[in-house]
Design a protein around this ligand. Structure first.
Ligand SMILES: Nc1nc2c(c(=O)[nH]1)N[C@H]1C(S)=C(S)[C@@H](COP(=O)(O)OP(=O)(O)OC[C@H]3O[C@@H](n4cnc5c(=O)[nH]c(N)nc54)[C@H](O)[C@@H]3O)O[C@H]1N2
Ligand SMILES: Nc1nc2c(c(=O)[nH]1)N[C@H]1C(S)=C(S)[C@@H](COP(=O)(O)OP(=O)(O)OC[C@H]3O[C@@H](n4cnc5c(=O)[nH]c(N)nc54)[C@H](O)[C@@H]3O)O[C@H]1N2
Ligand code: SF4
Ligand SMILES: [Mo]
Length: 743
């Protein structure tokens, strides 16, 4: 599996990126919407889509290093979706009809443009005034037991809205601030915080440009962080190496044709990306990284002097790798010893290695161990605390990291608690609140009365849609603030009142706002206007401040004043560590890197200044029998990875199918040809896929370059059929190792 074998599926192109990307650009930017799309691309605000971060004060196409031409097709897709006409569904369709729509059909209804309400027992959404919507929301929060109120949020809103949300919920005495990051990078945040004192990437873009090896683990960056691919192309050009760890061969991780390099990359049929491609058994990454550590020890490449001075408990980590036998390692991860040794040699030979990862390792029942095993490998090889090296979680939503920085988390850290207590002049609750999974469980038990969702799709992002729907249906009042209609708005209805309230997106917001990229860079978004005529939208901060003012009045702060986002930024500067420079960003227009996050010296944010290391038990990976899944005995049991197609953003599907995986539509399962043969099928056959909470029928088999025993399907549709275990340390569900029976 060292080198990529040509795919068994002839529909898969030779490289990621390439012509389809340009075709899509042309199709969108030359369409009737085109002028508006170009205008928006040039608007001084951060890209809506992923957290790699592009745009801001230097212009829509500029990254934080000042390089231009850094806007990818995904940003066009996201903008085009926001520029749709108003969605006039409330007077045309009943909820029963709206519940028949697919994710793509929901999104194509258009933009939400009027505040809507669905009252108890009603068969449709109907218009409501903002005054009444605000009064209903404030009443639903006022005088409620703090443990019975909650929020859920998604990472596209601004830092200012995020700060206000958590301030309001905490002022009410609650820590129930569930966030999409609970389903996403929570293991990275929890794991890294304990190790180095900060939960985000320690590598800046500038530092990444000095690396000569990148280990890319569980990431499909060609689809989800396309501009990261330019960094990998440049790294290969300067003689560096890329080690990919992924059970699936993603074509764009083998070769990627980047429009940023028309001659050397586009016309040459694509640039080489992976130097070594390792395909572990799903969920086994800890074993692979312990194996790499063992090989580093045997090759005498462990940086013991560095560890003596800059790390604690490293001896236990070395001891674990030494005492774990090769046979166990190889059996657990399914990768041959020579390949593990080769990876170790490549890491040891590099002068700077960046270890970057995404959902393949966080969405596992041992997600935190995965992060520790990767970071242990970085530390043992001396690849932290110097330029060109370090650990880099590749973050998801464009401002999900900002939400974490602003304190939107069920776990309130002591320094922030103290700062907020000083601001609010009262003690705050210390016990952790409900994270996303705990929120669903609590709601399912009837323990939540009021829920405010700042964006996102709580219903469809969660596993087990039957449970998610049942849980939300027990909440008295559910308030959705959103830009576009989605599955959750039609399936996630509250018991009494459901409000669906339209807000301005980032590039049309009447207030200046800020957002934080995954590389810890804070961007300032200019004000804008909406293309929607006669629409009745509200800015998120205006809504949240209005609610807070109705509940808390002017004590101890004048909550109405928080509609002034400049004032909110001053509060952020006073309370959020590393964010001091935001206080005068309105005057300086100086976007900045957050203090205390990037480590180019081996002095960490822990109390001793040293990195704390943790041993990582190897997982015992088993699968249930077909019968245990309620399937016929002859069912073939596989470990299913659930994730994104090329043409979707999380629960929102933009287009059918996935060109780069040779999947013509979404109702497919990607399987290894040997597994297909073992089941007695062939490509194109229709099968039933059964999880522990339901089944999908007539699913088409597609041949994939995926490890035998593993398979892949798209969320959110597949979330209907399984309930997932979580890593209890961070609450993140094991979306990437879902046992299913195929028959
Ligand atoms: N266009 C677009 N961009 C996006 C998003 C989007 O939906 N669309 N979503 C945003 C968000 S919120 C996020 S979190 C990111 C998600 O970005 P990614 O994490 O890249 O997305 P996923 O589709 O979840 O797939 C991750 C990869 O993990 C691999 N994998 C599965 N199981 C394992 C395993 O056991 N071990 C290893 N090593 N790998 C495994 C899969 O094969 C897949 O290639 O992207 C962000 N950017
Ligand atoms: N099986 C499976 N499930 C998964 C995952 C997986 O890989 N596999 N990935 C998980 C991950 S990583 C994540 S992050 C979650 C994503 O979960 P969420 O973040 O909850 O879902 P999204 O689909 O990103 O939410 C999209 C909606 O956000 C709203 N929106 C967009 N922009 C704005 C804005 O500016 N303001 C407001 N108020 N609303 C806005 C729109 O209404 C849009 O429909 O899904 C998780 N679920
Ligand atoms: S890589 Fe991410 S932030 Fe950059 S343009 Fe593409 S979607 Fe936007
Ligand atoms: Mo995510």
């Amino acid at each position: 599996m060292t080198t990529h074998s040509s795919s068994a599926n002839s529909a898969v192109p030779e490289a990621g990126g390439g012509l389809p990307v340009l075709q899509y650009w042309a199709e969108k930017t030359l369409s009737p919407q085109g002028v508006q799309i170009w205008k928006t691309l040039n608007h001084k605000s951060a890209c809506l889509s992923c957290a790699w971060g592009t745009g801001g004060q230097k212009g829509g196409f500029v990254n934080e290093d000042g390089e231009i031409l850094q806007r990818c097709m995904k940003s066009v897709e996201a903008i085009a979706a926001e520029l749709m006409p108003p969605a006039g569904f409330h007077d045309r369709y009943t909820l029963a009809e709206l519940q028949q729509l697919s994710s793509m059909e929901c999104d194509r209804l258009g933009r939400l443009h009027l505040p809507l309400v669905r009252r108890a027992g009603g068969d449709r959404y109907e218009p409501i005034s903002w005054d009444e919507a605000i009064a209903l929301t404030a009443d639903a929060f006022r005088d409620k037991p703090p443990e019975r109120i909650a929020s859920y949020s998604s990472g596209r809103s601004s830092n200012e809205a995020a700060f206000l949300l958590q301030l309001m919920i905490r002022a009410l005495g609650s820590n129930n601030l569930a966030d999409c990051s609970d389903l996403c990078h929570a293991p990275s945040t929890v794991g890294l915080k304990q190790m180095v004192g900060t939960g985000t990437s320690m590598v800046s873009l500038e530092s990444l440009k000095q690396a000569d090896c990148v280990v890319l683990i569980g990431s499909n960056a060609p689809a989800n962080h396309p501009r990261l691919m330019n960094e990998l192309i440049q790294l290969r050009d300067r003689g560096g190496t890329v080690i990919v760890v992924n059970p699936t061969v993603e074509v764009g991780l083998v070769k990627f044709a980047s429009p940023a390099y028309p001659i050397k990359s586009m016309l040459s049929g694509g640039s080489d990306i992976s130097s070594l491609y390792l395909q572990p058994i799903p969920g086994s990454d800890v074993a692979l990284f312990v194996g790499i550590q063992k090989a580093l020890i045997e090759q005498d490449q462990v940086k013991r002097d560095f560890l003596h001075t800059h790390a604690e408990h490293w001896e236990a980590v070395v001891e674990q790798a030494q005492s774990t036998d090769w046979e166990t390692i190889i059996r657990t991860c399914g990768i041959a010893r020579p390949e593990i040794e080769q990876a170790a040699r490549m890491i040891a030979a590099a002068s700077g290695v960046v270890f970057a990862w995404a959902m393949g390792v966080t969405q596992q029942a041992n997600g935190v161990d995965n992060i520790w095993s990767i970071a242990n490998t970085a530390l043992l090889s001396g690849n932290v605390g110097k330029p060109g090296a370090g650990t880099m979680p590749i973050r998801g939503h464009s401002n999900v990291q900002g939400f974490g920085s602003m304190g939107v988390s069920a776990r309130l850290q002591d320094p922030l608690r103290e700062a907020l207590e000083a601001l609010l002049q009262k003690p705050l609750r210390r016990e952790a609140g409900y994270d996303t999974r705990a929120l669903i469980e609590a709601a399912d038990a009837g323990a939540i009365e009021t829920l405010l969702c700042l964006g996102g799709n709580l219903y469809a992002a969660n596993p087990d849609h039957t449970q998610a729907q049942r849980a939300i249906a027990q909440v008295d009042t559910v308030v959705y603030l959103a830009t576009k209609p989605n599955l959750g708005h039609f399936h996630g209805l509250g018991r009494q009142t459901t409000l669906l309230l339209p807000v301005f997106n980032r590039f049309e917001n009447p207030h200046k706002t800020t957002a934080e990229s995954g590389n810890n860079f804070v961007r300032l978004n200019d004000t804008g206007t909406t293309h929607l005529r006669d629409a009745d939208l509200m800015a998120e901060v205006d809504f949240l401040a209005a609610i807070a003012h109705r509940i808390h009045g002017t004590h101890p702060i004048d909550w109405r004043q928080l509609t002034d986002t400049r004032y909110v930024r001053q509060l952020i500067a006073r309370t959020i560590s590393g964010y001091g420079k935001i206080g005068d960003i309105d005057d300086t227009l100086a976007e900045f890197t957050i203090g205390g996050r990037i480590f180019t010296q081996p002095s960490f944010g822990t109390s001793s200044g040293k990195a704390q290391m943790f041993t990582t038990p190897l997982p015992h990976l088993t699968l249930p029998s077909a019968a245990e899944l309620g399937a016929p005995d002859h069912g073939l049991v596989l470990a299913l990875g659930t994730g994104r197609s090329y043409s979707q953003h999380n629960t929102v599907v933009y287009r059918d199918g996935d060109k780069y995986r040779g999947m013509a539509h979404r109702h497919c399962i990607l399987m290894n040809p040997d597994d297909v043969a073992q089941g007695g099928w062939q490509a194109g056959d229709r099968v039933t896929v059964r999880g522990n909470a339901g089944q999908l029928e007539h699913v088409e088999i597609v041949y994939g370059d995926i490890r035998p025993g593993a398979a892949m399907m798209f969320y959110p549709e597949v979330n209907a059929i399984f309930a997932a275990p979580i890593d209890a340390r961070c609450g993140t569900p094991a979306f990437k190792r879902v046992p299913v029976a195929v028959f």
